[in-house]
Design a binder for this molecule. Structure first.
Ligand code: NAP
Length: 258
């Protein structure tokens, strides 16, 4: 099925590796013009070159830190001046540190709010007017399954990503009439360097991988493509009637009916 993404202008955050790179690749393979952001420029430029080689797409890397208000504004301004507008915004980056909630002070909380919540708020606020000018658009946030099924140690993310989910639901009501949708994907365990680090930090990484895999109804860790394909559909004209939703991409891991 042609997703109708040819020529669409898409910003993908945290796109130098992992899930973000996979999303950038899926959109580029569908013919989108892709803007990639990340903090570390050398890795970002290398990833952009790899994406051009893999897909032949028009790719624009822009260095930026999603936690900085001025970087969010600059990314959007640069995209508009170089590509002429914005059709798609994918908010994805890293995540706050793990640990028991009692161990985090105000500074750690403020950082987590900047990283997970304010990043999405600012990128959406700057991008929506440009989408409206083009007759519509699509915003997709990457959160995590822990936002729906909290786990010990993930508190900073659980709290701030639930802010994102509330923000997205409310914004969906406000921008629907402008033909702009916004949804949030909550991945379960996805095969990335980040997950590998989590495994190795626990000592016996193979034992941990095996026990997590046994918990997943589909009996496998998700792939980056599992997430990227869901994103590509949701941000495409094929997903245009879906808005304000939160979708788990988790092999059935979420134990809940809503
Ligand atoms: N992998 C999983 O199993 C899994 C499951 C559920 C949810 N998630 C969530 O999905 C997101 C992506 O995960 P991943 O596994 O793909 O992570 P990853 O492999 O560590 O990649 C993270 C990407 O985001 C960039 N980034 C990090 N902090 C940033 C910031 N402040 N501003 C701009 N870019 C930033 C990184 O580049 P720089 O460091 O150079 O900036 C990199 O390109 C995270 O929020 C993660 O919590 C992952």
């Amino acid at each position: 099925m042609d997703l109708g993404l040819k020529g669409k202008i898409a910003i993908v955050g945290g796109a130098s590796m992992g899930i973000g790179y996979g999303i950038a690749r899926a959109l580029a393979a569908e013919g989108a013009r892709v803007v990639m952001t990340a903090r570390r420029e050398p890795a970002l430029l290398k990833a952009a070159e790899q994406l051009r080689t893999e897909t032949g797409a028009d790719v624009l890397p822009i260095q930026g830190d999603g936690r900085r208000a001025e970087d969010c504004a600059r990314v959007v301004e640069t995209v508009v001046s170089k590509f002429g507008g914005i059709d798609i915004l994918v908010n994805n980056d890293g995540a706050p540190p793990l640990g028991d909630l009692a161990t985090f002070d105000d500074a750690a909380w403020a950082k987590a709010v900047e990283q997970n919540l304010m990043y999405v708020v600012r990128m959406a606020r700057h991008s929506v007017p440009h989408m409206a000018k083009r007759g519509g658009g699509s915003i997709l946030n990457i959160a995590a399954l822990s936002a729906l099924q909290p786990a010990v140690g993930f508190g900073l993310s659980v709290a701030t990503w639930n802010g994102v989910i509330g923000f997205a639901k409310t914004l969906s009501l406000e921008i629907a009439a402008q033909n702009i949708n916004i949804n949030t994907i909550c991945p379960g365990y996805i095969e990335t360097q980040r997950l590998e680090k989590v495994f190795t930090s626990q000592g016996d990484s193979e034992a941990m991988r095996a026990s997590l895999t046994a918990e997943i109804p589909m009996r496998r860790i998700g792939t980056i493509e599992d997430v990227a394909h869901a994103v590509a559909m949701l941000v495409s004209p094929r997903g245009r009637y879906i808005t304000g939703t939160t979708i788990a991409v988790d092999g059935g891991l979420l134990r809940s009916v809503r």
